[in-house]
Design a protein around this ligand. Structure first.
Ligand code: SF4
Length: 462
């Protein structure tokens, strides 16, 4: 667990010399505890205290970076067991495995396919991030050729799966600049694997037969100079694996048990059909894998996985929002209906497809409610008659009215409309009278549920 300011103070020289830039050791300790300064600012701290403080200030779960540039993947560095305690920071990486003994044309096709697994969900791009090349051939040249085919056809981060250091080395000649995860070191090969990881500046996977073996192995590897590790307890059943992964997370966070303070890689496919593989992968995305490696890559497998991951890795304190503005849906005209909704992404992306599906070209005016849904925003007074009236009058201009008032200068920035009618969500029907008085617009009360919008727009809107 992180040290408090007082714990840190006990390890400092307590001379209050001020050389660190703050007047007292206690002030420095408090600043260090809140990460507002760094230990190297105190030139007088003893080596013993330094090693204790550096160890305590290291993250309980090591941050590991796989890949480089735009497509690099960061995993680990989590601080809580449950999302509601704070948030989860680094989403589980989803990897698809490609065997090196497939024909090269097939490898190239698969690599391109995995690269294309990008989905647009609630306004964000979500994707599969990794390709894992597995040494099935046990032949260095075949493995290197597979790495070459993947690297040439995909920009994604890579995992090299082989327990043979010679095979790994052949692959690294092609991929080292892409900083792949070398998977995996074990009790037999860890020295050679650690040397490869160190030489090529790559993260290293570590495979043990149980938690004890892993905890025994990782300090030996970090002592060889490789700090970025990803661990796999190789549990015998999926149930045991779930229990082990939970233990690893708990020991890392609650006991600051450094030998297991690393992100975990899991292979939910072993011996399972694609449906079970997907279900287990979803389970391990929720608890608490850093990487899940799948054999399957069907769209029906990937879409639920990226969706469940997006749900659990969204900061609960910062709802996903869309931009507050006018969204024209379809070929809108100056007679098209105007619908009000909020800037909470899930609300907008529930409303938008229904409006599009109605085939009635419409404007959706998204009001800034700080990312709250309709009912929550209404309850928090973030969706009221004043806010809607302001958004309406800043967004639309009714041609005849504007002419009479001589406000042509604003027309270019606003959408011209012939009518002065607005549709509000059924859940805030109670706002209609006050909104009419505030805005001067005729207010129509729409349905409560977005699913009723197509029939409302076709049959009720005039
Ligand atoms: S430099 Fe070190 S000893 Fe001096 S006040 Fe700062 S913390 Fe204390």
């Amino acid at each position: 667990m992180a040290l408090t300011g007082l714990d840190i103070y006990k390890l400092l020289p307590k001379t209050n010399c001020g050389d660190c830039g703050v007047p007292t050791c206690l002030a420095f300790a408090m600043a260090l505890a809140t990460k507002k300064t760094s230990l190297d600012k105190c030139p007088h701290v003893s080596d013993q205290a330094k090693s204790a403080l550096e160890g305590a200030s290291a993250p309980p779960i090591q941050l590991v970076t796989i890949g480089t540039g735009e497509n690099k993947l960061e995993i680990g560095n989590e601080t809580v067991l449950f999302r509601h305690e704070q948030t989860f920071y680094h989403p589980t990486g989803i990897a698809v495995e490609i065997a090196d003994n497939l024909p090269i044309a097939e490898i190239e096709k698969k690599a391109k396919h995995v690269e294309s697994l990008v989905f647009d969900r609630v306004g964000k791009k979500v994707r599969v991030e990794l390709i894992a090349i597995r040494d099935v051939s046990h032949n260095a040249e075949t493995f290197a050729n597979a790495c070459k085919a993947v690297a040439a056809n995909s920009t994604l981060a890579l995992i090299q799966i082989s327990s043979n250091p010679a095979v790994q080395e052949a692959g690294l000649k092609i991929t080292a600049a892409r900083r792949p995860l070398i998977y995996a070191a074990d009790a037999q090969n860890y020295q050679a694997m650690a040397e490869l990881a160190k030489k090529n500046n790559c993260p290293l996977g570590v495979s043990g037969n149980n938690l004890d073996e892993l905890a025994d192995l990782t300090p030996k590897i970090t002592a060889l100079g490789v700090k970025e590790l990803v661990i796999n307890p190789n549990s015998k059943t999926q149930g045991q694996l779930l229990s082990d992964v939970n233990q690893i997370r708990r020991l890392g966070l609650k006991k600051t048990f450094r030998p297991l303070g690393f992100p975990v890689i899991v292979f939910p496919a072993d011996g399972l059909n694609p449906m079970s593989e997907t279900l287990f992968a979803a389970t391990f995305i929720l608890k608490y894998a850093g990487i899940v490696v799948l054999k399957g890559s069907e769209l029906w497998q990937m879409l639920p996985l990226v969706t469940v991951r997006q749900n659990v890795y969204t900061d609960p304190q910062k709802p996903i929002q869309v931009e507050s503005k006018i969204y024209p849906i379809g070929k809108v005209t100056d007679s098209s209906p105007i619908l009000i909704t909020t800037n909470f992404s899930l609300t907008y992306f529930t409303v938008e497809p229904e409006v599009e599906g109605s085939k009635v070209p419409s404007y959706i005016l998204v009001v800034n409610t700080e990312g709250m849904s309709v009912m929550t925003a209404y309850a928090a007074d973030k969706l009221n008659e004043k806010i809607i009236a302001k958004a309406l009058n800043e967004s639309f201009t009714v041609s005849e009215v504007t002419k009479e008032q001589g406000q042509e200068s604003n027309i270019a920035q606003k959408v011209k409309i012939k009518h002065k009618k607005v549709i509000i969500p059924g859940y805030v029907a109670t706002l209609s009278g006050k909104l009419e008085a505030e805005s001067g617009w005729e207010v129509l009360v729409g349905p409560r549920e977005a699913s009723s919008l197509p029939s409302y727009l076709k049959n009720v809107w005039k």
